[in-house]
Design a protein around this ligand. Structure first.
Ligand SMILES: [Zn+2]
Length: 128
């Protein structure tokens, strides 16, 4: 899932206009509304692990935290069912939330150690 350049440009604006929001709603439906809400509620996290200097994107969902590989993959059930299996869609709302958050610089940036990372990954890798 790659957002076209004109949409990235819209998302880069300081304030989204009503017509921008309508555009995204029309194209991405409820997913956009949920994604934007997640961003506004500070549920997108960009972990920086040291000393390995690795970055991991996480979106906090209703039930748990989902690991995101930007534009590619999310560990949630909807991604597996709607994107991989049925191919009804190219993204879940978490993937869209990550793109919005990164473009708008609206994410939390926790620093953590690689030891923390190993522990966190046990939970994040789950796909149920
Ligand atoms: Zn997801």
């Amino acid at each position: 899932m790659v957002l076209p350049p004109h949409e990235i440009k819209m998302l880069s604006k300081k304030e989204l206009t009503q017509s921008d929001i309508e555009h995204f709603k029309e194209k991405y439906g409820k997913r956009f509304v949920r994604a934007l809400r997640s961003v506004e509620e500070h549920k997108v996290l960009r972990y920086h692990f040291r000393p390995s200097d690795t970055i991991t994107w996480i979106v906090r969902g209703k039930r748990r935290e989902y690991l995101i590989i930007p534009e590619i993959y999310c560990t949630c059930r909807s991604f597996y069912q709607d994107v991989v299996i049925s191919r009804e869609s190219t993204m879940c709302y978490h993937l869209l939330a990550q793109r919005i958050a990164e473009t708008r610089n609206q994410y939390q940036s926790p620093d953590a150690t690689d030891a923390d990372r190993r522990k966190l990954y046990v939970e994040w890798r789950r796909t149920d």
